[in-house]
Design a binder for this molecule. Structure first.
Ligand code: B12
Ligand code: SF4
Length: 590
């Protein structure tokens, strides 16, 4: 167990942030710890089909990170690795909240902050031990799941190594370097899940250690990825004074702050002098009732003041809004867009309120039966995944993109040229391109939400066609009969295949699958638990059919009865077949 690969998956879903090449810091920190302990480590970022599989399949162990939006890709990658016999550890935000789900796809799950548990886990596995007493680890034993308790004490940030970003493939092409100075946030916004992983107590690194890290990045762009960079203004000022005194000249830096930071002129002045180019502020809403609902502990007057003060110091503002609260209407969304323009915020992001698992908002919607989909890849702030209170899901979806389009309209691009300079113009131009690109690519979801409206027609004609096709299958022998059954529910098509799949039968299945792809289902589930393949070749032909279908429908899941059947489909053991499959395998272990 010497070669360890770490993967930060990206979602296949179209997403504005897909174009930002910056890792979260978890894997670089864990990778550096492993490297210092003598392991050979590499970190890759990307969607499964673009990863360098020939390198990855040489690993002795692979660790995969998750957020809610990227977990589907993570599970798919994990499925492929396990089929090749490579042990998989999954960690990160989503796995922390949904360990049972993640364990369906992994050998081990590490919950919470992992700096005190991942290296001990790797060492235990190397020694052939069961990780029964490593905190935060979930694992299988005798087909049963075990979840060790989380460690009580939080990680001391000064004991962590400075992340070695060169472990990351193509690290030199990173435009902005992530640096973290603190963890934890004392606030408790209802939609946020950060405090569940990092806690509400604010922990920070020593100024000396942060300066040592920044010293490596002179002349570069830095993003401080703390949740609240100026939570303790006196400490932040100490750091900024240190940067100025040691003449650490960065190309520019940005950070997430709350509106409160604007109350302190000394802080603003130090920010400017140390090279702060842009702040990312969670304004969230201009609807006072919504601010209260989010428990944001700020007012619209605070927001207005913050915009003025940051602009007075020549610092650009990226305003982050969350729309879709139970107190929001179509008007709220429209008014937010004109507010952003009138107050001259430099760039904005409108996130659709998203019930991330383990938040109080998720629990509320769940208990009220308002969750529309648990397709986690849509939990990215760009898709409406719940039933809003005062508007329809479709309205929330369409109005949000309309509001983004009205802000990022070509006629607004130059608005802040004389106020905050060329940076603002570039951000707005990029926003214009990305918003339109996203709108085009996401039409399928607008259509799906339309289908969910009462009275919308269901595509039943196709079902009849398919059922007829399956009836044509004349049984070869009593046992050789292939049975196809279909059900459609809320835009998801379930296709169940039972019997023996030989060449002849597969020709029929091919026709069925070919027809399916034309209909653009959002999700197709193919259950082959009762299907037997007449030969290896038949399995590989079937796997090819599935791949073609997987490339055309948005999501294809294949349910198999046993690992053996799944391995057949993946062509396990055949090193030439390195292509990433375009379907998810769900192995029913019961
Ligand atoms: C920097 C950042 C970004 C950057 C880069 C992100 C990227 N490449 O994914 C940008 C700006 C591009 C971004 C975009 C988005 N982000 Co963001 N982002 C962050 C932020 C602020 C810091 C990330 C970080 O470095 N954390 C610090 C490190 C140390 O934590 P970590 O990586 O999670 O790792 C620790 C553990 O989780 C665990 N661990 C993690 N992976 C693994 C793997 C293994 C094998 C093991 C053992 C352990 C382990 O151990 C690590 C060490 O303790 C976080 C908030 C936060 N505090 O984490 C939000 C956060 C991750 N983002 C979030 C979201 C929602 C998004 C967006 C969807 C939209 C948005 N609202 O901004 C997009 C989508 C990104 C995508 N990839 O699809 C949410 C995710 C919520 C969720 N349940 O999934 C967070 C938590 C913010 C929030 N307030 O809710 N983001
Ligand atoms: S949204 Fe920001 S301020 Fe609110 S709890 Fe999360 S990290 Fe803290």
């Amino acid at each position: 167990m010497e070669r360890i690969i770490l993967i930060e998956p990206q979602s296949k879903e179209d997403h504005v942030y897909k174009h930002v090449r910056m890792p979260r810091l978890g894997l670089p920190i864990l990778g550096t710890q492993l490297q210092e302990a003598g392991y050979t480590v590499k970190i890759f970022m990307g969607t499964g089909d673009l990863l360098p599989w020939s390198q990855i399949l040489q690993a002795d162990l692979v660790g995969i990170s998750t957020t809610t939006a990227t977990c589907r890709e993570a599970y798919q990658i994990a499925g492929k690795l396990r089929a090749h016999g490579i042990p998989v550890v999954i960690g990160g935000m989503h796995a922390t909240f949904m360990p049972d789900e993640a364990l369906q796809f992994a050998d081990y799950v590490v919950r919470g902050e992992a700096e005190n548990s991942f290296l001990p886990l790797v060492r235990a596995l190397k020694a052939g031990l069961v990780p029964a007493d490593i905190p935060g680890v979930s694992y299988w034993k005798d087909n049963e799941k075990f979840h060790n308790d989380l460690i009580k004490t939080r990680v001391d940030m000064d004991t962590l190594p400075i992340p070695d970003l060169s472990l990351l493939e193509k690290s030199s092409s990173m435009f902005t370097i992530p640096v973290m100075t603190s963890r934890g946030c004392p606030y408790n916004c209802t939609f946020c899940c950060v405090t569940e992983v990092f806690g509400r107590r604010y922990r920070h690194r020593s100024t000396a250690s942060i300066l040592e890290e920044l010293n490596r990045y002179r002349g570069k762009n830095i993003f401080f990825c703390d949740d609240n960079f100026a939570a303790k203004p006196e400490l932040t000022k100490e750091l900024l004074r240190g940067m100025i005194a040691s003449d650490i000249k960065l190309k520019g830096w940005g950070a997430q702050v709350r509106v409160d930071a604007a109350h302190d002129d000394e802080l603003l002045s130090l920010m400017k002098r140390s090279g702060c180019a842009i702040v990312y502020i969670g304004f969230e809403s201009i609807n006072p009732a919504t601010l209260q609902k989010y428990n944001k502990q700020q007012t619209v007057a605070d927001i207005e003041k913050a915009i003025l003060r940051f602009h007075d110091f020549g610092i650009r503002i990226h305003g982050m809004f969350v729309v879709g609260a139970d107190t929001d209407t179509v008007e709220t969304i429209r008014q937010t867009a004109s507010f952003a323009y009138q107050t001259r915020i430099d760039s904005i992001q409108f996130m659709i309120l998203t019930p991330f698992p383990n938040t109080s908002f998720y629990d509320k919607l769940e208990s009220e039966g308002r969750i529309l989909t648990r397709d986690w890849s849509l939990y990215d702030g760009h898709h409406t995944v719940f039933q809003p209170a005062l508007i329809s899901p479709e309205e929330l979806q369409l109005e949000t993109i309309k509001a983004m389009k009205s802000f990022y309209s070509p006629k607004n691009i130059l608005q802040n040229l004389t106020l905050t300079g060329f940076g603002s113009v570039i951000h707005r131009a990029i926003g214009w391109v990305l918003t339109r690109h996203f709108e085009r690519r996401n039409r399928w979801y607008d259509n799906l939400l339309k289908q969910k409206q009462p009275g919308a027609s269901r595509p039943v004609a196709l079902l009849y066609r398919l059922l007829r096709a399956s009836e044509k299958n004349k049984p070869q022998t009593d046992t050789g009969q292939l049975k196809v059954s279909l059900t459609e529910y809320k835009g998801i098509l379930y296709l169940k295949l039972r019997g023996l799949a030989d060449k002849l039968q597969l020709a029929e299945v091919k026709k069925v699958l070919r027809d399916l792809s034309k209909e653009q289902y959002s999700q197709v589930v193919v259950n082959i638990e009762g299907l037997r393949f007449a030969s290896d070749n038949a399995a590989s032909v079937f796997s090819n059919y599935l791949n073609k279908l997987g490339a055309q429908v948005r999501r294809l899941q294949v349910v198999t009865a046993a690992e053996k059947q799944a391995n057949y489909l993946l062509g396990k053991g055949n090193k030439k077949r390195l292509r990433m499959q375009r379907f998810e395998l769900l192995i029913n272990r019961t």
